[in-house]
Design a protein around this ligand. Structure first.
Ligand SMILES: Cc1cc2nc3c(=O)[nH]c(=O)nc-3n(C[C@H](O)[C@H](O)[C@H](O)COP(=O)(O)OP(=O)(O)OC[C@H]3O[C@@H](n4cnc5c(N)ncnc54)[C@H](O)[C@@H]3O)c2cc1C
Length: 382
């Protein structure tokens, strides 16, 4: 076998797995191959909001994300019908917003300078797990490896090959970029702030609309979007873009004037399967945060856990990975994912207006405390 470890997908989860392996098990560095179907810098639909935990995980890898063009939001608003609560991080921004083409390109270059091999423009077509290795079929020939990591995102081929009949939970997500100048008066109060408004829940859209500051090629922009877990998919719902259009129009923007893009997010549920012998899933392939659809810090954290699992498997020459899911669930990452899965089920199933007002306006101190524990500040415990 030419390589011992093949990582399918060079997004945050795949690159984090490789970077953690190179840091903690340096003798494996030359034996890792990352296969990426696109070429960097490649487009990835994402609002690019990094919570502090993503920065903590990157810092521990010796990486400073401030090298990537970014805009910082001082606070995050969780609102219901434009009124709600603020979350701040003492002496720190609450959310750092990057563009994914720039961020992933930066991370890939860091991986390469640490001796990791990335082959770009290679699309994986099929995965065949055998008793003692895994064959990876691509549009440029076949590869065999002792260990394969499926880091190929929400629509990834790896998960579909190894768990073809397992039901998946996917959220629907739409995103729009606008200039800031469209309605300066309305935008005044929003500069440097990230907004979530949960008003669509009362219309059976189990999620929220968002509005983040961002930049594209140095120009200040806003990134808008709507997230729907699909937890209320059996109820009557308006078209997904309707609540987004309503929120944008409140702030003086006409949704119809902008390009709208959509992509699913596969979310975590405690019963999600994550491995078979010789193969592990990470990032969206294993399951992102169901509550907010936040997945970058989560993807980076999966990488840390998978690297530990793989390094120890090589030390013991045992590749069953049958304890991986259990160890993910018991880790700080698993705890935060389980907590958010539970919160999503409560907040999105109790969809009445009075309940949403209770959560986002009346129970403010409790919610801020819970958000601090479960949404932020878990990366240190990884
Ligand atoms: C609209 C939208 C907004 C979002 N906003 C945020 C946000 O603000 N903050 C946040 O934290 N998260 C956000 N997310 C979620 C976040 O984008 C994902 O959770 C994150 O990208 C997961 O990283 P990953 O490495 O697992 O997968 P990905 O980032 O999807 O990377 C997968 C990689 O695998 C490659 N690949 C796929 N198939 C193959 C194949 N067959 N062969 C070879 N390579 C392959 C892809 O090209 C890609 O590079 C958002 C998602 C969406 C859709």
């Amino acid at each position: 076998m030419e390589h011992d470890i093949i990582i399918i997908g060079g997004g945050p989860s795949g690159l984090s797995t490789a970077l953690h392996l190179a840091r903690d098990f340096p003798h494996l560095t030359q034996r890792i191959l990352i296969l990426e179907k696109a070429r960097y810098p490649r487009f990835k639909l994402c609002a690019g909001g990094l919570v502090i935990d993503a920065e903590i995980i990157l810092q521990r890898l010796g990486l400073d994300v401030s090298e990537v063009p970014h805009v910082d939001a001082d606070n995050i608003h969780f609102d219901f019908e434009a009124k709600g609560l603020d979350i701040r991080v003492p002496k720190h921004h609450a959310l750092r917003v990057i563009r994914r083409d720039e961020f992933d390109n930066w991370l890939a270059k860091k991986a390469e300078t640490r001796g990791l091999e990335i082959r770009e423009g290679v699309t994986v077509k099929n995965i065949l797990p055998y008793e003692d290795h895994v064959t990876v079929e691509t549009d440029q020939g076949n590869f065999a490896a002792q260990v394969v990591v499926g880091a190929d995102g929400s629509n990834g081929v790896t998960r579909r090959c190894i768990f073809p009949n397992v039901p998946v939970h996917t959220a629907r997500v739409l995103e729009i970029l606008t200039q800031v100048t469209a309605s300066p008066a309305a935008q005044q109060g929003r500069r440097g702030q990230a907004y979530f408004d949960f008003f669509p829940v009362t219309n059976n859209i189990a999620g929220y609309v968002w509005d983040f500051p961002t930049q594209v090629d140095g120009e200040m922009m806003r990134c808008w979007g709507i997230y729907d877990t699909n937890m209320l998919a059996n109820e009557k719902r308006p078209p997904l873009k309707e609540p987004l259009a309503k929120e944008m129009s409140r702030l003086g923007y006409d949704l119809e004037k902008y390009e709208i893009k959509g992509y699913p997010i596969r979310w975590f549920s405690p019963e999600n399967q994550m491995s078979v012998p010789h193969l592990l899933l990470v990032g969206d392939a294993a399951g992102a945060d169901p509550f907010l659809g936040e997945g970058i810090s989560i993807a980076l954290a999966y990488g840390a856990l998978a690297a530990r699992e793989i390094g120890e498997a090589f030390q013991r020459s045992r590749f069953s990975f049958n304890g991986y899911r259990h160890r993910v669930l018991r880790s700080a990452l698993g705890q935060v994912l389980c907590a958010r899965w539970f919160v999503a089920r409560v907040v999105y199933s109790l969809k009445w207006k009075w309940f949403q007002i209770l959560v986002w306006r009346i129970l403010k101190p409790v919610v801020v405390l819970l958000a601090w524990i479960f949404l932020l500040n878990w990366g240190k415990r990884l």
